[in-house]
Design a protein around this ligand. Sequence first.
Ligand code: S3P
Length: 177
Amino acid sequence: MKNNIILIGFMGVGKGTTARAYSEKYGTFIIDTDDLIESKENRKIKTIFKEDGEKYFRKCEQQCSDWIEYSVDNSFISCGGGFYKVSNLNRLGVVVLLDASYDWIFNRLSTSDNAKSKLKKRPLFSEPEKAKALYAEREVEYKKASDIIIDVENKSLKDIVKEIHKRVNIFKNSTIY
Ligand code: S3P
């Protein structure tokens, strides 16, 4: 099995922030699936949704996942909120879910420094009620898709990063690939 850490979870739960902190502590290279798609498409996620729709974006995610499967190892991969649906997720590495309640996530996003831009760049967060329904729909699926679940509510970033590192190592040592 690959030596990647695949970080999944709902929009705004802190995947990017966690990935950067992990990289700072352990020196692992980070890849962000949204960034990869934006650079390949040469346009923002918001524009892809507007011009070609969500279905097309999901195709881009699958392409990105196929590329990771065949070309990437020893990296920390931060995934867009819907990336967990790709067909080969478990072949990419150890799947870690950042878990928190919807209210905690919404509060984190709306009270952050650049709250407006964080909400604006996420087309599926444009209507909070719809985002809440999406959260409810995905809650169980995220858990099913993951090897490790990290509860991030009220924990420091430092502790979250250390917990990921520790639990991924335990998981790797206890699993026969
Ligand atoms: C999405 C989450 C976004 C981005 C796109 C769709 C989703 O990523 O991939 O807007 O389906 O949950 P973040 O989780 O980084 O916001």
